[in-house]
Design a binder for this molecule. Structure first.
Ligand code: AMP
Ligand code: GLY
Length: 426
C-alpha cells in the first residue's frame, strides 16, 4: 500500500517512522515534509492547505491511505475533500475537527455532557467580556481565543489590567485574526498537566500511553509559551486512579457526546488534562497527535500504525488492543536560540549520521531543509529537531536523550536542560 502523510514537523516525522515499520507499506509520500522525512518518504512540494492538489496527487498515485497530521487542514475540511474523491483518509471530518477548532464549541460540549472542565463564559463582544471581568471574574483568569492560533491564543492574566489588555489583543486588535471573533473566559486551574492521546473510530476509543509536554521556552517553566520544548512518556503522575477516573468521566463520554451531536469523531483525540485537587479536568482537546508528544508515544507503540488507522476508518477499533513497550522515552527539542520570537535560519546541522540505523534513539526533524548542494541539512524553523531516546526507566531515557542531544550541532542550538526533571519528584 502507498501511504501519504500531510504535514511537515516532528510529529509527521514520527508518524512516518511508525508507518515505515508496517509490513504492508510499499511507499510513503509526505506533503510537504522536511529534510528528515525525506530520508524515509518521498516529499512532494504541496502545502498542507492545498486540498485540491493533495486530492489530485493522491488519486494519480493511487494512495491507499492518507494520514493528516496537522490541525489547520483538519479544521479546514481536508478529510471531507479527500473522502468525497473516494480516498481513504485517517483524521476527523470538518464537523468533528471543530472539537479543536472552536474552544467555545468544546466548552459547550463538555458542559452539556457533564465532562469535567474549568468553569467558563463565552463572549462575542469585547464590551461584554470587559463587563464580566469588572463584575464577576476572579484572578488569575484565563482568556482563550475561540479558534486556532498556533497554540498561542491562551492568555493567563493575573490582574484586571492584564485581562483588559488581553481582551483588546484578542478581540479588538485581532492579533490571532479570526480566531478572536469569540472569546472564552475561563477559571484558572492549578495542577500537573498530562497529555493523553487516543485513537477513535466514531464509537470506540483506545487510549495510548500518557505523556507530558514542556510548553515554556526556558528551564523551570519560565519564558514564553512555545509549541513544546520536550516531552516524556509515560507520565508517572498518570496513575491507575487518574486513568480510571478519566475512563469513567472523560474519554468515552467525549466520543459519545460527539456521536450524539451528529459529529462522529474518527482520528486522534488528544486530551490535554490538568490533574487538579478536585480530580482530572479537561484543559483542551486537540483533533490530532500532539507535537512533540507523538515523538515519545509512537516510538513506544507496538501496534502496526496502518492497521490501527484502518480499523478507525472502518469502525472496528473494538477489535484492536493497543500495546506499548514497557519502557520510557524522553524527547528533547533542539531549537534555534531566540525561539519563539526571533531567530536565524538556514544554518548547517552536523552529526546527524550518529542516528542512522539505531532503534533506541531517534532524531525527528521539525524545521529542517536540504541545502542547495542536495546534501547539507540546514535549520529551517524555531523548533529544529526532536531527539528522542528510550530507556528502561524515565531517568535512564532522560540520560540517553541528553547524551544523544549532544551528538548534533548547529550554530544557534538551544535546548532546555530540565526535560523530564519532574520525574524526580514523582
Ligand atoms: P491550551 O491551548 O488550552 O492547552 O492552553 C495552553 C496552556 O495554557 C495549557 O497547557 C495550560 O498550561 C494553560 N491553561 C489553559 N487553560 C488553563 C486553565 N483553565 N487554568 C490554568 N492554565 C490553563
Ligand atoms: N504539544 C502540544 C500540542 O501538540 O498541541
Amino acid at each position: 500500500m502507498k501511504v501519504m502523510i500531510v504535514g511537515s514537523g516532528g510529529r509527521e516525522h514520527a508518524i512516518a517512522a511508525s508507518v515505515a515499520k508496517s509490513g504492508r507499506v510499499e511507499k510513503i509520500y509526505c506533503a510537504p515534509g522536511n529534510a528528515g522525512i525525506a530520508q524515509i518518504a518521498q516529499c512532494v512540494p504541496i502545502g498542507a492547505m492545498e486540498f485540491e492538489k493533495i486530492r489530485d496527487f493522491a488519486k494519480e498515485n493511487e494512495i491507499g491511505l492518507v494520514i493528516v497530521g496537522m490541525d489547520d487542514p483538519l479544521v479546514g475540511g481536508l478529510v471531507d475533500v479527500l473522502e468525497a474523491a473516494g480516498i481513504r483518509t485517517f483524521g476527523p471530518r470538518k464537523n468533528a475537527a471543530i472539537l479543536e477548532g472552536s474552544k467555545a464549541f468544546s466548552k459547550d460540549l463538555m458542559k452539556k455532557y457533564h465532562i469535567p472542565t474549568a468553569a467558563y463564559e463565552t463572549f462575542d463582544e469585547a464590551e461584554d467580556a470587559l463587563e464580566y471581568l469588572h463584575t464577576q471574574a476572579k484572578f488569575p483568569v484565563v482568556l482563550k481565543a475561540d479558534g486556532l492560533a498556533l497554540g498561542k491564543g491562551v492568555l493567563i492574566c493575573n490582574t484586571l489590567q492584564e485581562a483588559e489588555d488581553g481582551v483588546c489583543t484578542i478581540m479588538t486588535e485581532r492579533k490571532f485574526g479570526a480566531a478572536g471573533n469569540r472569546l472564552v473566559i475561563e477559571e484558572f486551574m492549578t495542577g500537573r498537566e498530562v497529555s493523553v492521546l487516543s485513537f477513535v473510530d466514531g464509537k470506540t476509543i483506545r487510549i495510548m500511553s500518557s505523556a507530558q509536554d514542556h510548553k515554556r521556552a526556558k528551564d523551570g517553566d519560565q519564558g514564553l509559551n512555545t509549541g513544546g520544548m520536550g516531552t516524556f512518556s509515560p507520565s508517572p503522575f498518570y496513575t491507575p486512579k487518574v486513568d480510571a477516573f478519566c475512563r469513567e468521566h472523560i474519554y468515552q463520554a467525549t466520543v459519545d457526546a460527539m456521536a450524539a451531536e451528529g459529529r462522529p469523531f474518527v482520528g486522534v483525540i488528544f486530551f490535554g488534562l490538568m490533574l487538579t485537587a478536585e480530580g482530572p479536568k479537561v484543559l483542551e482537546y486537540n483533533a490530532r497527535f500532539g507535537d512533540p508528544e507523538a515523538q515519545v508515544v509512537l516510538p513506544r507503540m507496538k501496534n502496526d500504525m496502518v492497521e490501527v488507522c484502518e480499523a478507525c476508518i472502518d469502525g472496528r477499533l473494538d477489535q484492536v488492543e493497543l500495546e506499548f513497550e514497557d519502557n520510557a522515552a524522553v524527547c528533547v527539542v533542539l531549537a534555534s536560540d531566540g525561539y519563539p520570537v526571533k531567530y536565524d535560519k538556514g544554518l548547517p546541522i552536523t552529526g546527524l549520521e550518529h542516528f542512522e540505523n539505531r532503534e533506541d534513539v531517534y532524531c525527528f526533524h521539525a524545521g529542517t531543509k536540504t541545502g542547495e548542494d542536495g546534501k547539507t541539512i540546514l535549520t529551517n524553523g524555531g523548533r529544529v529537531l526532536g531527539v528522542t531516546a528510550k530507556g528502561g526507566t524515565l531517568a535512564q531515557a532522560r540520560k540517553n536523550a541528553y547524551a544523544a542531544a549532544g551528538w548534533v550541532d548547529f550554530a544557534n542550538k538551544y535546548m532546555r536542560q530540565d526535560i523530564g526533571k519532574a520525574i524526580d519528584e514523582a
